[in-house]
Design a protein around this ligand. Structure first.
Ligand SMILES: [Mn+2]
Length: 355
């Protein structure tokens, strides 16, 4: 497995590449052209410019998170082919820059959802948390204000102000789109990009919905083992894979993550490994990575990834905010570096006892 960290790019991420480079065991970064809007074509020179910055810091780009999908593709809008065409051009430009892993999601309207970005924990650190009761009593149009008020001024992935200004319009776009329709639109997209992925060996890794259940009545199609298998089976091609995100899938205690890992063997292209603490049904928080701090058995997860022979990029996921760091919520250097070291330690122990 290749240990990586997410990096939002120059001008967006207060964590520098130089600092990431000093995390022991680091291989590279997972990054993106953060300023790009969904549907916009990425140009090769822009990608190469980003790549050069990463290489100059002694790291590599291990994958892109994310190339976002335009809502017209998700809703099956009349101009979806135009946006798919742009997506294909972007994939070509990435492949021609030797980048062949792309994480994406197919969530309607909202990307990941939390109700508190800075819940204070007993040790004085803060973390992101989710409470279904708050969601049930809030106007979705107010979600952005709730999120933005605690973002420390940073633009959060999936919560870009330009996008949230159009929230009412976005909800209208998804009227009448049920799970079947959303799924069919995903399959249409995957079939359309299949030739370019096959030609260049591009691995597409769909990210699970977060949290792993319906939010604001919007359809969800990437929340459990069966739905993941449905996606894999719908377009049978080596490129069609998943991002195994333990925190997103693990938000639902019914998801057995090691079982999902074994069931998706060969189709996991990328892994986000973090812990989550279940407080009560529909209420969870993002704990530190250690098994003892949350509800997931992190050893079993790493063991399952090892046992299926997963060799791709893996990264710690959201961390708590510790030691007074000023950072994008969930993406400070400190707690993620602790998480990465912990995952590396688990992996070392697992590999040494399985020689
Ligand atoms: Mn994730």
């Amino acid at each position: 497995m290749k240990m990586t960290m997410r990096w939002f790019g120059p001008g967006f991420d207060p964590v520098t590449l130089e600092k990431i480079r000093q995390v022991p065991g680091i291989y590279g970064v997972i990054t993106t052209l953060y300023g790009k809007q969904p549907g916009e074509e990425w140009k090769k020179d822009e990608i190469l410019d980003l790549k050069e910055k990463v290489q100059n810091a002694g790291l590599v780009i291990a994958g892109i998170e994310s190339v976002n999908i335009h809502d017209s593709i998700k809703t099956g809008g009349k101009d979806r082919d135009k946006y798919i065409e742009n997506y294909i051009k972007t994939l070509e430009a990435l492949a021609q820059s030797d980048i062949n892993l792309v994480c994406y999601n197919f969530m309607p309207v909202f990307d990941w959802t939390r109700t508190d970005l800075a819940k204070v924990l007993p040790d004085g650190s803060t973390t992101m948390s989710y409470d279904q009761k708050i969601i049930d009593n809030i106007d979705p149009a107010k979600m952005f204000e709730l999120i933005d008020s605690k973002s420390d001024g940073f633009i959060l992935p999936g919560w870009e102000p330009q996008r949230m200004e159009r929230i009412k319009e976005l909800f209208q776009m998804y009227e009448g789109i049920n799970e079947d329709a959303l799924f069919n639109n995903l399959v249409y997209f995957l079939k359309a990009i299949k030739p370019v992925c096959s030609q260049y060996g591009i691995k597409m890794a769909i990210h699970p919905d977060d949290p792993a259940w319906t939010v604001f009545g919007l359809p969800r199609i990437v929340t459990n083992k069966q739905q993941l298998l449905n996606i894999i089976n719908a377009v049978d091609n080596q490129y069609n894979g998943i991002t195994l995100c333990t925190g997103s899938l693990g938000s639902n205690p019914q998801n057995d993550i090691p079982d999902i890992i074994h069931s998706l063997k060969g189709h996991i292209h990328f892994a986000h490994v973090r812990n989550v603490k279940h407080n009560s049904p529909g209420n969870f928080e993002e704990s530190a990575h250690l098994s003892s701090e949350g509800s997931l058995n992190m050893y079993s997860i790493m063991k399952a990834l090892y046992d299926i022979g997963f060799k791709g990029p893996i990264r710690p996921d959201h961390g708590r905010n510790i030691w007074g760091e000023v950072c994008v919520p969930g993406y400070g250097l400190y707690d993620r570096a602790l998480g990465l070291s912990y995952l590396s330690g688990l992996l070392e122990a697992i590999s040494m006892t399985n020689l």
